[in-house]
Structures are given as structure tokens and as C-alpha cells.
Ligand binder design. Structure first.
Ligand code: FES
Length: 104
């Protein structure tokens, strides 16, 4: 397990998705109020950036901009077609005003 700093809390705007590259990984990080969610930035339907999609802050979901599949930000599971497979998610914590993602 390794934790990676992905920036200050204040660098993230609530309700917006942001693409962050960490080594070989490309992540989509979403802040909703004080909660953070981290998924692989690759839709499981086709290879497309989820960071381009739209966040629903009420349901804590993100909708792929390409064909409209919706993913639960909490666990990466698809909530609608055409995606049928989950997107990998990662644990994230806020420590001393910094956002840290843990990789297995
Ligand atoms: S690429 Fe995301 S729904 Fe098709």
C-alpha cells in the first residue's frame, strides 16, 4: 500500500471532476463538499476519460460524456448502460488539508 499526495483540498472545487496523473495511473478525482472520490479515469465501456463527464453531487455519481453511462463514485459500479463493468476505485483521505490517495 502506498499513499500519494494529490494536492491541497482547496485546489478541488466541489461538484467538479479533475484528472490527475500519478506515475502510470490516470485518475479522476471528485470533490463533493468535504468528501473526495477517486476512480480510474477510464470509462469501462470504451477508453474515455470520465473526468470529461458530469458530476451529480446529490447522488455522488459521474456520467460519462461519451455515451452516458453513470458510475457510482463511492465504489465505481455502473448504474446505467452501456457500461456493465465497474471502474477501479481507490481509498482517499484528507490529512492536514492535503488529499491522499492510497494504492494497493
Ligand atoms: S465510453 Fe463511457 S459510456 Fe461509452
Amino acid at each position: 500500500m502506498s499513499a500519494q499526495d494529490v494536492g491541497a483540498v482547496d485546489e478541488y472545487v466541489s461538484g467538479e471532476a479533475r484528472q490527475v496523473r500519478i506515475g502510470p495511473r490516470t485518475l479522476v478525482i471528485v470533490r463533493i463538499e468535504d468528501d473526495f472520490y477517486v476512480l480510474d479515469d477510464r470509462c469501462s465501456h470504451e477508453d474515455y476519460s470520465l473526468a470529461q463527464g458530469e458530476v451529480d453531487a446529490t447522488d455522488a455519481t459521474i456520467e460519462c460524456a461519451r455515451h452516458g453511462a453513470i458510475f457510482d463514485l463511492k465504489d465505481g459500479t455502473p448504474q446505467s448502460f452501456p457500461a456493465t463493468r465497474p471502474v477501479a476505485r481507490y481509498d482517499v483521505v484528507v490529512r492536514d488539508g492535503r488529499v491522499e490517495v492510497t494504492f494497493p
